[in-house]
Design a protein around this ligand. Structure first.
Ligand code: SF4
Ligand code: SF4
Length: 428
């Protein structure tokens, strides 16, 4: 583990939420949460309503919605925030909104079965972004099917982002805590769990009070609130959260984890019957005139949000989505906001001085900073230069959690975590 100060990154702070303008058009990629390409149900020049399902492979896969009312003007291949390209639908905003500005009635979700809850999750496009993006309902179904009911299981809800350069989850948790708690209760019900742990990075008192007041009526549910040591990295991965629970003597056999956003969107989908139409996204980095956290329509091009930040005051060298540690570099400002986008960071040239890859300088930072104490430099030379390496060191590659710390610590900018991942996969 490494102190986050040693990561030499900016950790922006935000006070206010900014509601982004409704864009004149949205770009809706036709890939669902599980990465499957979906066939559009709507033809060009068709009118669509806000929240209408425009693509869904089967009833047991995540639906894709139009996030504005409007007219389908065509299809285009676009870059998406994970660095890939896909086919997308372009919808010009036009007409009246079905959800925006309305007070939606809260349904009594307690009368729903697990199947009802999962069906709503598929229908409303709820996704899980804990460690990787996937359909929330599919993830819960798999857990439920594999679960040994004689074993004691726990749902863990992480209220901060695992990448310390991203503040979106913390920001959302400060403002939507009641809904997140209720969303977690819905998730727990759908997989018949009665133990929930909320993991916070900051003020645990307010979270404890709210969780206590929510669950005070329930005799069967057990709840916990623990504070993670977010001044070190990694502190929010599955393994670290499990260790935190063990350290606090929380007794359980199996654990499933979700993030704050998954709990929040579950609440909106199941209790309010609302599809995932908006996202909370952090826009940061010194080239921007102002840094912001937006509530924004899914499908809005990044370019529009840069304009709302006042544009750039210096040239941008790199655009990174979803955090500086494990994020992806993108190059197209017309990349749309997607349901799994949490942050967009703009980097100027001067803060990435070692961008050019050089030879290993044998500083030992990678080995020292690796939470598993893997001899990363040796494995790198083994993989690329076939250097003689002890089998014990090679076998340690299988313990790599792909946390990315070694990449951040390496002054030579060698692609270390990526190399270990190739070694693990046996690809060469
Ligand atoms: S990515 Fe793997 S090798 Fe690199 S620090 Fe993390 S656990 Fe260690
Ligand atoms: S941190 Fe980078 S430069 Fe330093 S020993 Fe490891 S691989 Fe080599």
């Amino acid at each position: 583990m490494i102190s986050i100060q040693k990561l030499h990154c900016d950790f922006p702070q935000f006070k206010d939420l900014v509601d982004a303008y409704i864009p004149p058009f949205v770009i809706i990629p036709l890939k669902n949460a599980d990465g499957e390409l979906c066939t559009s149900k709507v033809a060009e020049n068709t009118r669509v309503s806000e929240g209408e399902i425009i693509a869904q492979n089967t009833k047991s896969s995540s639906a894709i919605h139009s996030t504005v009312p409007g007219i389908v003007t065509g299809y285009r291949t676009v870059s998406i925030p994970n660095g890939k390209k896909t086919n997308a639908l372009i919808i010009r905003t036009d007409g009246s909104f079905s959800y925006l500005g309305r007070n939606l009635p809260v349904t009594d979700w307690r009368k729903y079965s697990a199947a009802d809850i999962w069906s709503l999750m598929y229908d409303k496009g709820v996704i899980s972004t804990f460690e990787k993006t996937r359909s929330m309902a599919s993830m819960l179904k798999v857990f439920s099917e594999k679960r040994d009911i004689s074993r004691d299981s726990i749902l863990v809800v992480r209220l901060f982002d695992s990448d310390p350069t991203v503040r979106t989850a913390e920001f959302l948790s400060e403002r939507k805590l009641d809904q997140i708690i209720e969303g977690a209760a819905i998730v727990a019900r759908s997989i018949a769990l009665h133990k929930i742990a909320f993991i916070v990075s900051g003020k645990s008192k307010e979270v404890t009070e709210k969780v206590k007041s929510y669950f005070c009526q329930s005799m069967s549910d057990e709840w916990f609130v623990y504070k993670a040591a977010t001044d070190i990295y990694p502190s929010g991965g599955y393994r670290e959260l499990k260790m935190l629970l063990n350290k606090n003597k929380c007794v359980f056999d199996e654990m499933i984890a979700i993030d704050a956003e998954a709990a929040f969107t579950t609440y909106e989908a199941v209790a309010l019957n609302k599809p995932v139409l908006e996202k909370y996204v952090q826009f940061s980095g010194s080239p921007l005139v102002s840094e912001r956290i937006f509530r924004v329509r899914v499908g809005t091009p990044i370019r529009k949000l840069v304009e709302e930040c006042g544009g750039f005051k210096q040239s941008v060298y790199k655009i990174v989505t979803n955090g500086l540690i494990k994020g992806t570099a993108v190059s197209d400002l017309d990349t749309p906001v997607t349901a799994d986008l949490k942050s967009v960071t703009f980097l100027p040239r001067k803060i990435i001085p070692f961008q050019k890859q050089v030879n290993c300088i044998r500083c030992g930072n990678c080995h020292r900073s690796c939470p598993k104490k893997i001899q990363v430099d040796k494995l790198f030379s083994y993989y690329y230069f076939h250097t003689e390496t002890n089998q014990k060191i090679i076998d340690m590659a299988s313990e790599c959690t792909e946390c990315g710390v070694c990449d951040t610590a390496c002054p030579a900018r060698l692609p270390l975590a990526q190399t270990i991942s190739l070694l693990k996969g046996g690809i060469k």
